[in-house]
Write a protein that binds this ligand. Sequence first.
Ligand SMILES: *Cc1c(COP(=O)(O)O)cnc(C)c1O
Length: 373
Amino acid sequence: MKAETRVPLSRPYIGEREEEAVLDVLRSGRLSLGPTIERFEELFAEQVGAPYAAAVSSGTAGLHMLCHIAGVEDGDEVITSPLSFVATANCFILEGGRPVFADVDAQTLNLDPEAVEAAITERTKGIVAVDMFGFPCELDELRAIAERHGLWIIDDSCEALGAEYKGRQIGSQGISGAFGFYPNKQITTGEGGMVTTHSEEEWELLKSLRNQGRSYESRWFHHVRLGFNYRFTDLQAALGIVQLEKLDEILRLRSEAAARYGDLLASLEGIETPHQDDADHKRSWFVYVTKLAPARDRETVLASLAGEGIEAAHYVPCVHLQPYMRERYGFAEGVCPVAEDASDRSLALPFFTGIEAAEQELVVDALSRVIAR
Ligand SMILES: *Cc1c(COP(=O)(O)O)cnc(C)c1O
């Protein structure tokens, strides 16, 4: 029998101001393609330090359009991380690209630049990097590799709003990237995403592509290219604006909660806490993923926690080992041993903005009982 949930894995942080803002838009009659979207885009661009931002229907939609603009063609190889959400690879597979998975660094869990360089062939056209679990990836090294080999590069920043690389926000580095607003992200709009770019031309293209290739100089039904319906709505934008206003508070609460887990877990044997920040990398806390000692049976741990009403999770299974990936490309265990080991031992604990100390203590108490067994 499933116990009643006492501590969920994730929970959005929504208040009355969000409700009012959404109601205002509902009553305004401008539900899509309206001024609230433009306002959210301006505020978001300013927040991350990118000159241009385009709101889209999801983080995946944003990444997909960036791969479309990069000009991915059938059979092009694109290098990406196996330790990510499937969108990081799907965005170019949808355009005909072929995934090549380079292994990650055992500490940061982001693409290892040396592994990326070693994976380059004459068919390689691009790199989709990812700031996994909100920890900035090695953007300068990856960009240097891309430049050396004439490759395009995109940053999947969907988990990293508020993270900083070399003292500057993710999004400000000059590389095009996408952010996501699903309810477990730092800020949410229910569904939604934002592409940031440093090119005005790319920005115009994104706004056209998200709206069926519509031209903006001219008449309403005038379509100058093949596009998508990846539009955002003003209702979502209203939610996003209020969430963005709270971003500093959200990031602070999340980092305080992470620090609290660090303290509570310090005395537990056989549980590794997440990699620490350093001078060049400041994490924006997205999830709290621990690593179990190799001998631990994760299924037992998950089942015991679930028995106490605590939602924990395997976070995340490797992308190349997903059933559709094995089937399409024949990937198997052993392709990326570092990522596979990290994935096999991963245990995400309940983590969200506003998680209470008492909830975190429940989690760690339950965990310490399983581990002592
Ligand atoms: C959330 C996320 C996305 C985008 O997800 P959507 O559900 O499409 O908004 C992409 N990549 C990573 C790594 C993510 O965590």
